[in-house]
Design a protein around this ligand. Structure first.
Ligand code: ARG
Length: 465
């Protein structure tokens, strides 16, 4: 094993088990590009401020770019025994350009370096996740547009409640996903401050220009306090929170799809390419994708608890505990991307069985509120109308009828206010069409929701282009 960079103070080599235990390169290697970007900004600033000779700065930048290209092409293999990606790149630099390379780490510590790399890396991942959410929203809207007239039961307590349309139901998820996009924006904004130059914890005596590095790396500003700069991991926790909510939304959507594709509902049929079979039961077609998403939500929430628990007792400033941040947040990032990438085409390819949605809506007395409202519109107080309708529902159940098939004379026994126009008032299509309150299921109201969602999405996309 090569000497550690910090070997000067030590009289022995680190024990192999400790080295392996300590090493984070297996999981922080993915930040190599960001580490190099950060180093390039840092060394450019060192050169501009006259802290190291300009020529040295330029030489270091050139070689760092070569190293980046060589890692990318596979020409330079990572050394798994290196302590972390930061040490690996710095030692490779020195290997290549000798003493000049040793100047890179002037006025910097790995503490501000790792805090920087992680912010840079997660900034990119936020954009990646947002793109995937935009794809999903577009897909959901596309399906919704086809189903503004597709009546289905709306549920509370998973009991049929009131009639809605499939489009209305889908647009609820669009609202959630739009909030997810905004939430990621918020996380990004608060994350976008630069810790580089905070040093180990107490800044530096060199005349550095933290504003320059912050600008070069596209941050809003340098972080205000050097202790906070190296020991803050709020951004990991906030991002994991945002991801947990995305997963919660995907998981609820998944749960509904699992129900909908069961024989008990059969509102949808998954495409064969997005379902799996059973090893023993030949008839089975299982919604594994959605179940896995529901399951993975648990692990992403677990990562959030990992991060919160890791941080809660740490004294300022850096502590090695914080190395554990990466596996947790990377796992959340990887999994939410995987889920979004799989969920979207699964949704796009599923078949909607409108007739089953409609017959489920026709059976559950979901027009009972509308029946009561009919009486109210004819002058009866709502509570009286409610009671009469409840009695009529009980009568229907007893006779094996629905409100649509119960004869008018039975209605009129309960109230003289019932006349022929009742049947139109309680027909499913009327019930949906009349629910035109803002945000409601009426096709016109859902059209507004679709239009507004598209506008929000376009405004969002414009911000990025
Ligand atoms: N691999 C370390 C981490 O992820 C880098 C920072 C190390 N700093 C230190 N003082 N040991 O946290």
């Amino acid at each position: 094993m090569a000497d550690m960079m910090w070997a000067g103070r030590f009289s022995k080599q680190v024990d192999d088990t400790v080295n392996a235990f300590n090493s984070s390169i297996a999981f922080d290697a993915r930040m190599y590009k960001h580490d190099i970007l950060g180093s390039i900004a840092h060394v450019t600033m060192l050169g501009d401020c006259g802290i190291i000779p300009k020529n040295d700065s330029l030489e270091i930048v050139r070689e760092l770019e070569n190293i980046s290209a060589d890692i990318q092409s596979g020409k330079l293999a990572l050394d798994p025994s290196a302590e972390d990606i930061h040490m690996f790149i710095e030692s490779e630099l020195t290997k290549r350009i000798g003493d000049v390379g040793k100047k890179l780490h002037t006025a910097r510590s790995r503490n501000d370096q790792v805090a920087l790399d992680l912010r840079l890396y997660l900034r990119d991942e936020i954009k990646n996740i947002q793109h995937l959410i935009v794809d999903l929203i577009n897909t959901v809207i596309l399906i919704a547009e086809k189903h503004t007239q597709t009546v289905m039961p709306g549920y509370t307590h998973l009991q049929r409640a009131q009639p809605i349309t499939f489009a209305h139901h889908l647009m609820a998820y669009v609202s959630m996903l739009l909030r997810d996009l905004q939430r990621l924006d918020d996380v990004y904004k608060r994350m976008n401050y630069c810790p580089l130059g905070c040093g180990a914890l107490a800044g530096t005596t060199y005349k550095t220009d933290r504003h320059q590095t912050s600008r070069l790396l596209g941050f809003s500003a340098p972080m205000e306090n050097s202790l906070d700069g190296v020991s803050d991991r709020d951004y990991c926790i906030e991002l994991n929170c945002a991801i947990s909510l995305i997963m919660t939304h995907l998981s609820r959507f998944s749960e509904e799809i699992i129900l909908w594709c069961s024989w008990e509902f059969k509102f949808i049929e998954l495409d064969d390419a997005f379902a799996t079979g059973s090893s023993i039961m030949p008839q089975k077609k299982n919604p594994d994708v959605t179940e896995l998403i529901r399951g993975k939500t648990g692990r992403v929430n677990g990562n959030l608890v990992t991060l919160l628990t890791m941080m809660k007792g740490l004294p300022l400033a850096y502590n090695k505990d914080m190395q554990e941040d990466k596996e947790a947040i990377f796992d959340s990032v990887d999994n939410v991307k995987l889920c979004l990438k799989t969920f979207t085409p699964m949704l796009a390819s599923m078949r909607v069985i409108e007739s089953n949605m409609r017959s489920a809506a026709a059976k559950g007395f979901i027009n009972a509120t509308d029946c009561a409202d009919y009486l109210v519109k004819k002058g009866l107080p709502f509570r009286d109308a409610y009671k009469i309708t409840g009695t009529l529902v009980a009568l229907c159940i007893e006779k094996g009828l629905t409100l649509e098939t119960l004869p008018l004379d039975e209605y009129r026994k309960m109230s003289e206010l019932f006349t022929d126009d009742l049947y139109n008032a309680i027909s499913l299509d009327t019930c949906v069409k009349e629910r035109m309150s803002y945000g409601g299921p009426a096709p016109d109201a859902v059209a507004v929701q679709i239009q507004n969602a598209k506008k929000m999405l376009n405004d969002f996309i414009d911000c990025y282009e």
